[in-house]
Design a protein around this ligand. Structure first.
Ligand code: FES
Length: 217
């Protein structure tokens, strides 16, 4: 296991932290400075609050940098019944649900993950925060609203070499439209990860025009 993955043992909860996945969304520190204090060593205290409260805070970590395992009757994380994809303005895709990622990118459970959509990450398909440095701009707009709900079930995330992210399985994409929050539902969809599509968040084939490369030549 990488040196960037740390564990913090509590009575009923073991908290795991993957520094490479962390994008400082601050869901943890704003959830409880007693349990998560970046100025303290160790910075995580799993016993600072009742385990269910610590677990609830961890479940808000959008990148999956924090996860937990329960012990001695401690809580167990259950993903939502289907995968939700949130478009972050000028940033990544946040996925939350019953996911499977390519095993090469799996470091903990795949329930929550941030995926690159600017094309600049050096840790594809994961976001590594480079969208800010390259000036990626996309407000996360969605055109139109689906009326039918997604069906429960797993979603397989396949990062196509030199191409888009294929999400195979039901997903609900959440973004912003002219009339506020919008949601689109798909049972399979290709999402842009090169940053060049004119139809974001969907792939429109622009990766070919810009000669997008995810693999070394
Ligand atoms: S991956 Fe960006 S247009 Fe296909």
């Amino acid at each position: 296991m990488s040196d960037d993955i740390h564990r913090y043992d509590g009575e009923q909860l073991v908290v795991h932290y993957d520094a490479q996945r962390c994008q400082h969304a601050r869901a943890c520190v704003s959830g409880s400075s007693a349990a998560f204090d970046p100025d303290r060593r160790p910075w995580v205290d799993p016993d600072a609050l009742p385990p269910r409260l610590v677990a609830r805070i961890i479940e808000r970590c959008p990148t999956g940098a924090l996860w937990y395992t329960g012990r001695r009757g401690g809580p167990v994380e259950k993903p939502p019944p289907y995968t939700r994809v949130r478009l972050v303005a000028d940033g990544p895709l946040y996925l939350h649900g019953p996911l499977t990622l390519d095993p090469a990118h799996r470091r903990g459970p795949d329930t929550r993950v941030a995926l690159c959509r600017c094309g600049a990450s050096k840790n594809k398909p994961l976001c590594d925060g480079r969208h800010a440095g390259v000036g990626f701009r996309d407000p996360g707009l969605l055109d139109g609203e689906s009326i039918h709900p997604p069906e429960p079930g797993a979603c397989k995330v396949v990062a196509i070499p030199n191409g888009p992210l294929m999400l195979r399985g039901w997903v609900e994409i959440r973004g912003v439209g002219a009339e506020g929050d919008q949601r689109r539902v798909h049972d399979q969809v290709a999402l842009c990860r090169c940053g060049a599509s004119k139809n974001k968040p969907y792939c429109d084939g622009s990766h070919n025009k810009i000669d997008f490369r995810t693999e070394r030549r």
